[in-house]
Design a protein around this ligand. Structure first.
Ligand code: ADP
Ligand code: GLC
Length: 489
């Protein structure tokens, strides 16, 4: 089957979070199952910087489809061999800054136009213009691509579409006046199509019009159908429940401690000794005292309300009261959270190290070198970092929600090492008190070496590879493809 995978980020071309990792690893897993997959991404400056001699121009988009001159380039996703189509429209995408925000963290004011244009280009290709082969199905991801299923319906294109919701909180809602500016059909601006409480909503358009909808964990698929976690879409999602399913993400082969090129010392479940060396390396690199006995607690995260950073900040006084705890963070996001974290860095310079920014290699080093990984997200559609942490023998401490609940088995303090099935530490309610209690439980476990060894071993034994999930996607695609009647004998 020929699949077009439309995404607004993909590792290693451009990444702000887990979507980029999934956009590389899921298509690779689908390809391994024999599917023909091509990606489509916007031509941000970062993406264009990867162009090389193998990049070719496939076509020019027709005048009038997009607001400015645009070409379709074809290149290869580094390290995968997968073809990537790049929407090269400099006016919309070739600028300094991030994919969605400028360098000051402010959303680009023309995001509606940028991503509506991306969706139009995708839908035009799905219609069969300029493509070397017919596209059987288009797989869209998050609001930036969610107009595609709607455009296909408006343009009477029968090609089926799947929309994966990686995070329902990001909806792509814009002023109603944008319907006309974006040249969308005015008659579709009603609550059964594009309208969401008086605004134009890209995500709603996708949820209404996609033939199949998935989210990235089974539990999150149930949660978003409740008023508490549905972000205003729960009614619509219940209405579409027959085409909605939760398929747990897998993790990329790049996240394997036995082969990870970003680690100074590789290790595995059978040869765990390299993990201690990574801890020493991390302490050295960050200028912290190199002490194997301290409890090294790590975090790599977007610094936002979703990720529960404030729960950690409110508990830090208590957590760091114990002189044997070191705390390292890599992240960027909310300015106030950044400020509060950095304050701790100056307060306890030999115990706390905060690194602001986005650093792929350091993220691997922290996940490998820490003893405990914190991920107390208020909600978490799937979460990849906790799966990386378990694979790297760094038990995560998580809130019981979404994909965190689906992937982390809770440590049960009363159990013997023989019967202990925990792979991490789980707290029930997103409150500082519950978080602190859970942290204390993790610290007590760390101080009981046989118990700790068992949790680390259980965590590393978990299998988060993509093969099963990719088969679930293929089964879904097959259900959506037109069924040809059997020919008579
Ligand atoms: P989300 O997509 O909601 O941010 P995930 O856990 O699914 O959460 O994925 C986060 C991804 O982004 C992981 O690969 C994580 O290592 C990475 N990441 C987050 N913040 C940073 C950072 N500051 N530097 C490097 N990698 C980061
Ligand atoms: C989103 C979600 C995260 C998920 C990732 C990849 O960023 O917040 O939970 O793991 O997408 O699906």
């Amino acid at each position: 089957m020929n699949l077009l995978f439309v995404t607004s980020e993909v590792h290693p071309l451009v990444k702000t979070g887990g979507l980029a990792d999934v956009s590389r690893s899921l298509p690779m897993a689908l390809h391994a199952l024999g599917e023909n997959v091509c990606l489509l991404v916007p031509g941000y400056r970062e993406v264009l910087a990867h162009s090389d001699a193998s990049t070719v121009i496939l076509t020019e988009f027709p005048y009038g489809l997009l607001p400015a001159p645009a070409r379709l380039l074809e290149t290869t996703l580094p390290g995968s061999g997968l073809p990537v189509w790049v929407l090269d429209c400099p006016e919309l995408f070739d600028r300094a800054g991030g994919p969605y925000q400028d360098n000051n963290g402010k959303d680009w004011s023309d995001n509606a136009l940028r991503f509506a244009s991306f969706c139009k280009a995708a839908a035009w290709l799905v219609q069969g213009h300029a493509t070397p082969w017919a596209i059987d199905l288009v797989h869209c991801n998050d609001w930036q691509t969610a107009l595609v299923p709607a455009l296909l319906k408006f343009w009477d294109c029968p090609t089926p579409s799947v929309l994966t919701i990686h995070n329902l909180a990001f909806q792509g809602n814009f002023d109603a006046a944008m319907v006309e500016v974006l040249d969308l059909p005015g008659k579709e601006f009603h609550p059964g199509s594009l309208e969401f409480y008086g605004q134009l909503s890209f995500l709603k358009a996708g949820i209404v019009h996609a033939d199949g909808i998935t989210t990235v964990s089974p539990r999150y698929a149930r949660e978003i159908q409740t008023p508490q976690m549905g972000c205003g879409f729960d009614g619509l999602l219940r209405h579409r429940a027959s085409v909605l399913s939760g398929i747990l993400n897998g993790i990329d082969e790049l996240w394997n401690p036995a082969t990870d090129v970003m680690l100074p010392h590789c290790y595995s479940i059978v040869r765990k000794s390299g993990k201690a060396m990574n801890k020493a390396h991390l302490q050295h690199k960050l200028g912290l005292p190199e002490n194997p006995d301290v409890f090294l607690v790590g975090m790599v995260s977007r610094l936002t309300w979703q990720k529960g950073i404030d729960l950690v900040l409110d508990a830090l006084d208590d957590l760091l009261d114990d002189a044997s705890v070191q705390f390292v963070v890599l992240g960027s996001g909310d300015a106030e959270m950044e400020r509060r974290l950095v304050h701790w860095n100056s307060r306890l310079p030999d115990r706390v190290r905060i690194t602001l920014g986005f650093h792929e290699a350091l993220s691997h080093e922290i996940i490998a070198g820490s003893d405990l990984f914190l991920m107390p997200s208020r909600f978490e559609p799937c979460g990849l970092a906790q799966m990386y942490a378990m694979t790297y023998g760094t038990p995560p401490l998580v809130h019981h929600t979404g994909g965190l609940a689906d992937t982390v088995s809770p440590y049960l303090p009363g159990k013997s090492s023989r019967t202990q099935s925990g792979t991490g530490f789980v707290f029930e309610h997103a409150h500082t008190y519950d978080f602190s209690e859970c942290f204390r439980m993790a610290l007590a476990c760390f101080r009981d070496p046989p118990a700790w060894k068992k949790v680390v071993h259980n965590a590393m034994k978990k299998d988060f590879r993509w093969n099963i999930a990719a088969q679930e996607y293929v089964a879904l695609y097959n259900r959506l493809l037109p069924q040809w009647p059997e020919l008579p004998e």
